[in-house]
Write a protein that binds this ligand. Structure first.
Ligand SMILES: [Zn+2]
Length: 235
């Protein structure tokens, strides 16, 4: 399956051919739908069939292989036959908010030192957990640092390195709970120029200015080793 979002996260739709449709899961030969993973939710959207009818996609999940995406149809939908041509289109407004939030999570990683133990990107609201047993986090300072990085408008771009290069630089891996997908020979890194570099397969905006102003919400204590930082987009 060709994963278009990997090279161009701004592509909103594509034509594709149905490879299989079983239960409520549809496989296509190419897709713009990002499947849930790395703390980012799966895309929603529609598949438009040749007769003009639309099938609602309520989620996208990873299938069996590394490049396998399952488009989850809404309950009771009649599935298209294998071989049919469809137009696949994501809910762009939602995805763009997820891209802004996800990119902001990388900024948060650069602002707070400490291992990331978990996180969740959401639509307009996200959180990251840090292993910081003895640190009080300063909400005002974090808010100012994040908004400054947004205003500085740093370029954001993916690049690939080999498994061997990553093993030689283990400090690139900030997230203890999500190991980068190794074994395929190469790993995708996300670079925010001058700010952050770490393995990530998610979708991001082109530059940090596109995130827009953000607000730090509650900073919670989640157990002895966890500080949970909540982030909101201001719109
Ligand atoms: Zn990322």
């Amino acid at each position: 399956m060709e994963l278009i979002f990997r090279d161009d996260p701004y592509q909103k739709s594509c034509s594709a051919k149905v490879v299989s449709a079983e239960g409520n899961a549809i496989r296509l030969d190419r897709t713009v739908f990002y499947p849930m993973g790395g703390g980012q939710p799966g895309d929603t959207g529609v598949l438009r069939l040749a007769d003009g009818s639309e099938l609602r996609v309520v989620d996208a999940r990873k299938g069996e292989g590394p490049d396998d995406v399952l488009h989850i149809a809404e309950d009771g939908a009649a599935l298209p036959a294998a071989g049919s041509e469809v137009e696949a289109e994501i809910d762009w407004d939602r995805r763009h908010r997820l891209m802004r939030m996800h990119t902001c999570m990388h900024l948060l990683c650069s602002v707070i030192t400490g291992d990331v133990t978990g996180g969740q990107v959401g639509d307009g609201k996200s959180r990251l957990d840090f292993n910081l047993p003895d640190t009080q986090l300063d909400k005002e300072a974090i808010t100012a640092a994040l908004n400054r990085l947004v205003e500085e408008d740093h370029p954001v771009r993916p690049r690939w390195i080999t498994d061997e290069e990553l093993e030689a630089e283990p400090q690139l891996v900030r997230t203890m709970s999500v190991k980068p997908p190794m074994g395929a020979g190469k790993v995708r890194l996300l670079e925010i120029e001058g700010v952050d570099l770490q393995p990530c397969g998610g979708t991001h905006v082109r530059s940090t200015g596109e995130i827009g102003p953000i607000r730090v919400g509650k900073i919670e204590n989640k157990g002895r080793q966890n500080r949970r930082v909540n982030i909101h987009l201001i719109e």
